[in-house]
Design a protein around this ligand. Sequence first.
Ligand SMILES: *Cc1c(COP(=O)(O)O)cnc(C)c1O
Length: 369
Amino acid sequence: MRVKYAYLDEQFNDFDSYIDELREWVYSGEYTLGPYVKRFEEKFAKYNGSKYCIGTNTGTDALILALQACGIGEGDEVITVANTFYATAGAIVAAGAKPVFVDSDDRYSIDVDKIEDALTPRTRAIVPVHWAGMPADMDGVTEIAKRNNLKIVEDACPAVGATVNGKKVGTFGSANGFSMHPLKPLNVWGDGGMITTDDDEIAEWLRLYQNHGLATREEISMWGVNKRLQPIQAIVATRLLDRIEEMNETRIRNAKLLDAGLSEIEDFVKVPPRPSKYREVYQLYLVSVKQREELIKFMYEHEIEVKVHYPIPLHLQKPGRELGYSENDFPNAEQQAREVLTIPAHQFVTPTQIEFIVDKFKQFYQKHA
Ligand SMILES: *Cc1c(COP(=O)(O)O)cnc(C)c1O
């Protein structure tokens, strides 16, 4: 029984139902910003409980702009976690600041108890990452940010719909980034991103800056850039937003089934703790496993398409080492990089497939115990 990691063909197998709206859009000539982008921004802001949503061309640009909108730049230090996607740190550097890494906790999330050790007089912001759809400890991050007068910019890129104490991610920071990359739960036909904020001035600055600083067609009020969300992606995202809760619920169902099955072999497979105050949306379903390389080979022999996100933490990548980091700086992140495994649990994986996956895990460890 094949269990596929990629599912975009299934996600968009209703392509024909898009045609009428796409035709209407093409004939409308609204190819930059315009009503389709505005409609999506308003819909997402409402969904997320945010005052404003500003569409952007990528999640990475959403993070760069969010940092810049908070006044982060040259000479500033920004704290983030060592196990995340490259773009979290890349965005901090692109905004002109220096990333300062902190170790992860047993939820693959920033260890809030270690944040204050990483503060210096130059620290200006914290970028908590809702890694793989697993919300960071926003109670802890918010308290530390308040105590030390730091901005929060959430990297919510993979986590549309995740919540902490019932409150959506992307509502805790001053400005926050989401991604609509094809591998994220809310995924479009290419790249797309958005920024959420409740701050009138930040929203106003972002709208101007992301669109050449255009105050009117003839006048600019600042030097800006072009980082706009494309209308075609807004059309796709508007439709998917109607289904995101259903998709998230199916992922959550699959994750619960995997949690239950894998807990029977807990000597070999470590499921992270799942405190009930967090609603995870499982962009990726992550566990830590023993004998990872042999296990991966065994899984592919049975057509179960597992993956590794990621084998090298950011501080041990070339640009991370160039910042002065080395082995043993972040023991948890390093151990997780050696042991972490992504198991397909997306909305097109069925309970029967989950049962098959769990059986294969048990079979592997019976043989290799
Ligand atoms: C996907 C992702 C990004 C980058 O988003 P893009 O839209 O691909 O630029 C940044 N941070 C995290 C945690 C992500 O998962």
